[in-house]
Design a protein around this ligand. Structure first.
Ligand code: PMP
Length: 398
C-alpha cells in the first residue's frame, strides 16, 4: 500500500468522483506494439486513424537506424542540461538543419513542443506586455501565455476583424511595451489553416510580434516545411514554433527564427536552461526525417493523396466532415454522447479513432477525428470507410 495523507485522499476522491460523474475521466489504451497505420490493443489489430504520425515516420527504418547509430556514438542520454555540458554535436547539427529547413537564421530545440511553448513565450513576454491569442489555440500556448504574466487578450477564432480591433486597442492604449499575436498554424480539431497573409498585414500595421505554433503544419504544408513556408513568409514571422513529435514522428519541439531571438531563448528559456536536452537518438532520428522530406517529396504527396481520398469517400457516404483544409478529418456528430458511442462502435469494428467533445471543442460539436497518414494503404482506408458506412447506417447517422 502506498502512503496517502487524508487531505490528499479527500482531494483525489472528490476530484476523481467529479470527473467520472461528468464523463470527463478518460481511460488510457495501451498499444501492444508500434504506433503505425495498424495498431494492436489487447491483442486486437485495428486500423489506426488517431495518431499524429502524418508521414509514417514513427516507424521509419532509416530513422530507427539513425537513432541506433547515434545512441551507439553518444549514449542513451545527453547527461546534462544544454547550458552545462549537455549540448552534443548532434544537437548543434539538429538545430542547424531545422533552421535551414524552415528558412531561418537559427533554431533552438526543446525536449517537447509543450515545454517549448512554455519556455519560449515566457522568455520574451512579461507583465508589461499583452498577448493576443486565438481562441482555439492549443493548451501549451495558453499555459505559456499564463506563465509569462502578460495580459492575455482572446481573439475570436481566425476572425481578422476582431484581431485588428483588439490589436489597435492594445497598441493605442499605450499600456503595453510589446504586443504579440500568437496562433496555431493549423488548428488541430478542425484542420483549418491560420489566415497568414491577413495576419501579417495586421501585424505589420500595428507592429505586432508574430508567433506561429505549427505543430500540425510542419511536415504537412509547405512541402513539409510548414504553414509559414506555404505562404512564403519565412522571413516575416518572428517565431516559427513546431513539434518534432507529429509528422516528424519522434519527440521534441523547436523555435526557428533570427539569430538574435535564438540567442535570447538559449539564455532565457527555462526548459532549455533547467531540463536535460533531447536524447542523441531522438536528435539523429529528426535529422534523418528532415533528410527524407528534403530528398523525397513522396511522403508529403502520399499524405495529401490519402487524406483527399479518405475525405472524398467519407463525404460520399454522407458524413459531415467540416471544413478542414489539411489531412485532419473530423466527422462531426454534434451530440457529445453520440460522438462517444459512435467512436466506441468504430473501435469495436476495427477502426481506432478518438471521440472529441466539450470542453476540447465547443458544446454541441462533438466529433470523431481522423488522421489519415502517408503510411496507410488504399486498402486500409477502404476498409475504414466500409466500417464507417456499416456503423453509420446501424446508428442511423447516415
Ligand atoms: N502545440 C500544438 C498545436 C499541439 O497540437 C501540440 C500537441 N498536442 C503541442 C503544441 C505539444 O507538442 P508535443 O506533443 O511535442 O509536446
Amino acid at each position: 500500500m502506498s502512503y496517502m495523507s487524508p487531505t490528499l485522499e479527500n482531494f483525489l476522491d472528490e476530484g476523481l468522483g467529479n470527473l467520472k460523474s461528468k464523463g470527463l475521466y478518460s481511460t488510457i489504451d495501451v498499444l501492444d506494439g508500434a504506433n503505425g497505420p495498424m495498431i494492436t490493443i489487447d491483442g486486437q489489430e485495428k486500423i489506426n486513424l488517431a495518431s499524429n504520425n502524418y508521414l509514417g515516420f514513427a516507424t521509419h527504418p532509416e530513422m530507427i537506424k539513425a537513432a541506433n547509430e547515434a545512441t551507439e556514438t553518444y549514449g542513451v542520454g545527453a547527461g546534462a542540461v544544454r547550458t552545462i555540458n549537455g549540448t552534443l554535436a548532434i544537437h548543434r547539427e539538429l538545430e542547424e538543419r531545422i533552421a535551414k529547413f524552415k528558412g531561418t537564421e537559427a533554431a533552438i530545440a526543446f525536449q517537447s513542443g509543450f515545454n517549448c511553448n512554455m519556455g519560449a513565450i515566457s522568455a520574451v513576454m512579461n507583465k508589461d506586455d499583452a498577448i493576443l491569442s486565438d481562441s482555439l489555440n492549443h493548451a501549451s500556448i495558453i499555459d505559456g501565455c499564463r506563465l509569462s504574466r502578460a495580459k492575455i487578450i482572446r481573439v475570436n477564432h481566425s476572425d481578422m476583424k476582431d484581431l485588428e480591433e483588439k490589436a489597435k486597442e492594445a497598441v493605442e492604449s499605450g499600456l503595453y511595451k510589446k504586443v504579440m499575436y500568437i496562433t496555431d498554424g493549423v488548428f488541430s480539431m478542425d484542420g483549418d489553416v491560420a489566415k497568414m497573409p491577413e495576419i501579417m498585414a495586421i501585424a505589420e500595421k500595428y507592429n505586432l510580434i508574430v508567433y506561429v505554433d505549427d505543430a500540425h503544419g510542419s511536415g504537412v504544408l509547405g512541402k513539409g516545411a510548414g504553414t509559414v513556408k506555404e505562404f512564403g513568409l519565412s522571413d516575416k514571422v518572428d517565431f516559427q514554433m513546431g513539434t518534432l513529435s507529429k509528422a516528424i514522428g519522434v519527440v521534441g519541439g523547436y523555435v526557428a527564427g533570427s539569430e538574435k531571438l535564438i540567442s535570447w531563448l538559449k539564455s532565457q528559456a527555462r526548459p532549455f536552461l533547467f531540463s536535460t536536452s533531447l536524447t542523441p537518438g531522438a536528435s539523429a532520428a529528426v535529422i534523418k526525417a528532415i533528410d527524407l522530406m528534403e530528398s523525397d517529396s513522396s511522403y508529403v504527396d502520399n499524405l495529401w493523396e490519402n487524406a483527399n481520398y479518405f475525405k472524398e469517400k467519407l463525404k460520399g457516404i454522407g458524413y459531415d466532415i467540416g471544413h478542414s483544409e489539411t489531412p485532419i478529418t473530423p466527422v462531426i456528430l454534434g451530440d457529445e454522447k453520440l460522438a462517444q458511442e459512435f467512436a466506441k462502435n468504430l473501435i469495436a469494428n476495427g477502426v481506432y479513432v478518438k471521440p472529441i467533445v466539450f470542453p476540447t471543442v465547443p458544446l454541441g460539436t462533438g466529433r470523431v477525428r481522423n488522421m489519415p497518414t502517408a503510411a496507410h494503404t488504399k486498402e486500409m482506408l477502404d476498409k475504414a470507410v466500409a466500417v464507417y458506412e456499416k456503423v453509420g447506417k446501424e446508428m442511423k447517422i447516415i
